[in-house]
Structure formats: C-alpha cells, structure tokens
Design a protein around this ligand. Sequence first.
Ligand SMILES: NC(=O)c1ccc[n+]([C@@H]2O[C@H](COP(=O)([O-])OP(=O)(O)OC[C@H]3O[C@@H](n4cnc5c(N)ncnc54)[C@H](OP(=O)(O)O)[C@@H]3O)[C@@H](O)[C@H]2O)c1
Length: 211
Amino acid sequence: MAHVLVIGASKGIGLETVKAALAAGHRVRAFARSAADLALSDAGLERFTGNALDAGDVAAALDGVDVVVQALGVPATKLLGPVTLFSEATNLLVPAMERAGVQRIIAVTGFGTGDSREAIGLLQRVPFRLVFGRAYDDKDAQEMRIRRSTLDWTFVRPGVLTPGAATGRYKILAEPRSWRNGLIARADVAHFIAGEIDRPTYVKRAVVLVG
Ligand SMILES: NC(=O)c1ccc[n+]([C@@H]2O[C@H](COP(=O)([O-])OP(=O)(O)OC[C@H]3O[C@@H](n4cnc5c(N)ncnc54)[C@H](OP(=O)(O)O)[C@@H]3O)[C@@H](O)[C@H]2O)c1
C-alpha cells in the first residue's frame, strides 16, 4: 500500500481520488486550502491545509510520501483572466519532489493539453480556445515542466467532466491517433488514477480518458 499525497483534494477529481485511494487501502494526505472542511472519515486519511503556491507547505506535505496526485483546478469564473496556477504550482512541486526523492507523479491536465491539442475537432477549436485557452496554455507549461523533470510521470487528460458515480466503463486512449473528446465522470477519472497508484502502467505517457 502506498502513501499518497493528493494536491487539490477538497473537490472534484481530487476528492474522488481521495475516496478511491482510501477504498483501495492506501494512506492519503489530502492537501487543499480548505482541507479542514473535508467531510470524510477514514483512519487512513490525513487532512493537510496548505497552498500549492507556498513552497513551505509543499515541502512539508511531501514528507514520507510515495506518490503525488496533482489535481488542481481554477473556478470557471476565473477562466477568462490570466491563469498561472498550474505552471506556478508545478514549478514549485517538481524540484521539491526531486529534493525529497519522491519519484512518481500523476498529474491531471485535460484533453486539449500539449500534443492532444491537434486532436480537438475543427468545430470545437475556436470555442475551446476562447473559453479554456488561457488555462490550457498554462496546463501546457505544467506538462512541459514535468516532462523536463527526472520524475516518473503520467498525464491524465480527461474529456468533459461530469458528476456522478464511477461506472468503470471508460476508455483509456493512450495512442495519439485515438485521442478524441467525450464525457467522463470525475469518479471514473479517480478510478483510473487509483489503478495507476497500485499498478503504474502509463509511466512517461499521456492518456486521454473518455466514457
Ligand atoms: N471541467 C471539465 O470539463 C474539465 C475537463 C478536463 C479537465 N479538467 C481539469 O480537471 C481538473 C480538476 O477539475 P475538477 O472540476 O475536478 O476540480 P475543481 O473542482 O476545480 O477542484 C480544484 C481543487 O484544486 C484546489 N486548489 C485550487 N487552488 C489551490 C491552491 N492554491 N492550493 C491548494 N489547492 C488548490 C481546490 O481546493 P481549495 O480551493 O480548497 O484549495 C480544489 O480541491 C482541473 O485542472 C480542470 O481544469 C476539467
């Protein structure tokens, strides 16, 4: 069983990953600014109140950890302004992991990041850039920083996220020619991440996840 640090653990994919990793028997350190409000009860859970942009918080959170899941997000209301959270947090996290000797990172970015940008359908390209362009430029920088590291990374690039329970019926698209957009439940993304904690199958690879 692993000791897992989930960064961005209070909501969304991060919270679902905390639940899935605990259910799989891992110890989980749940990191977020609002971690104290996490309404979960499990002997394997440690709430860690911290800011991903604070080097001291990040270094302290890495103590004793085997695997990092980076699941940060910005509120939809902030998407039209400058977005720097993903790159800034990653610029702190990667050297901190290298110093701490924590080798494995599973980073949630999104379909359309990096070399999957070319797979966005023609009709979706303009609206996608208008709404998500700033965030995805910053996610590009996030992925590039991790690629330049010595870490064992996996990029998880989900399609459009939906609420609801895990179905276990989703597609892991690992070949660039198969990349496409689609819907996927956050809980299914967490299911994939929990599997990668146990059995690292996609090290130094990016996968697109769709239902
Ligand atoms: N919406 C979609 O359809 C879609 C599609 C593909 C990919 N994605 C990506 O998937 C990722 C997860 O999205 P989501 O909707 O599941 O999550 P989310 O609801 O956006 O949750 C974001 C998490 O990040 C944490 N966070 C934000 N800033 C932080 C900071 N400075 N320090 C520590 N924690 C911080 C938040 O906790 P606190 O606020 O408590 O700190 C929260 O736990 C995002 O990167 C998103 O862009 C989304």
